[in-house]
Design a binder for this molecule. Structure first.
Ligand code: MTE
Length: 324
């Protein structure tokens, strides 16, 4: 990914180095057992959901997870180690390894989420109060990054639609906007203006209500590691990974299409919709295929990342080359 404000050396770190170097790295070779590495840096997300001490060093087991299997892929899951050590989270730096290295500085407990805009129940919610009324589900999703690599991740979360129904938006709410925490002390990457912080993302209301859209609090049956967006992140598996905003502190119901961080920086490269589409190349590279982390041979990228049955109807009649 490219930001206007990055030096060329950073661009290299962000988008060229990974392609060339991950082949050499052991984590991408051993796609097998989960190794609890990175765990020392995982802060806990605690309280009512899991009922143990928030100060534990590792991700903590989430209880009472339901598994319908309805939307799960049976493709091989990416190793926990790769999922938690090869990340994009610019609040902690632009290198893929920066989040795992620095995200332990983020204190995810207590965590308050502001809900505002066109909604019947606005307010400052403790995270537990937002999540606890709903059943946690596991969903094994294919995830496709705009940088043309992909992973398979067993997320744990609640359908965003469940949360939205409870918050009860008014008829004026056409879009939903999300915002990440801003705190330079905890998020050292914010000392540089690579993004006009806060990181912000948005969805059309029907996309937000789609049953595939998750608010994730965990992965691999445990609380989210900080580098993956603890304690609350968005997961939208038919869109490029940058839509999956991490460490959310604000959810706004708005009437107009919200500006997003990536559009603000390079609108011609990163559209609002960001639907995975092998027929629409990024201006600087192909989107027709991808490298699944842990594999050598490139795979063909699937339209809507393979979730067309669930989502294609939302874009019927739209020119997806224009609305990319
Ligand atoms: N959210 C915030 N707040 N900041 C970020 O830099 N990066 C995005 C997205 N969410 C990002 C973010 C990008 S570019 C990707 S590909 C995914 O997070 C990566 O998620 P992962 O590290 O859990 O694989």
């Amino acid at each position: 990914m490219l930001f206007k404000f990055l030096k060329s050396s950073d661009v290299k770190t962000c988008e060229i180095t990974p392609e060339k170097t991950y082949m050499n790295r052991r984590i991408f070779m051993q796609d097998s057992a989960r190794i609890g590495a990175g765990a020392a840096s995982l802060a806990a997300f605690g309280g009512g959901l899991i009922g143990a001490s928030p100060a534990m060093a590792a991700g903590r087991k989430l209880e009472n997870i339901t598994r319908s299997g309805r939307y799960d892929t049976d493709e091989r899951q990416t190793s926990y180690k790769a999922v938690t050590s090869y990340n994009n989270f610019y609040e902690f730096g632009t290198g893929k390894e920066d989040p795992a290295r620095y995200a332990h500085r983020l204190n995810v407990r207590p965590w308050t989420v502001k809900v505002d805009g066109h909604v019947d129940h606005p307010g400052d919610y403790d995270l537990d109060d937002l999540i606890r009324p709903h059943a946690l589900e596991e969903r094994i999703y294919r995830m496709r990054c705009v940088e043309a690599w992909s992973m398979v991740i067993p997320w744990v979360g609640i359908p965003l639609s469940d949360m939205i129904k409870r918050l009860s938006p008014t008829s004026k709410a056409k879009y939903i906007r999300f915002e990440t925490l801003v705190d330079k002390k905890q998020m050292p990457g914010q000392k540089r203006r690579v993004i006009d912080w806060p990181y912000a993302e948005g969805l059309r209301m029907d996309e937000a209500m789609n049953p595939l859209t998750l608010m994730a609090v965990g992965l691999y049956g445990e609380t989210l590691p900080n580098q993956n967006g603890a304690p609350l992140r968005l997961v939208v598996p038919w869109k490029y990974g940058f839509k999956g905003i991490k460490s959310i502190v604000r959810i706004s119901f708005v009437s107009r299409k919200p500006n997003t961080s990536w559009q603000g920086l390079a609108a011609h490269e990163y559209g609002f919709y960001a639907n995975v589409n092998p027929a629409v190349d990024h201006p600087r590279w192909t989107q027709a295929n991808e490298r699944r982390i842990g594999e050598f041979r490139r795979r063909d990228t699937l339209m809507f990342n393979g979730y067309g049955d669930e989502v294609a109807h939302m874009y019927a009649g739209m020119n997806l080359k224009k609305y990319y």
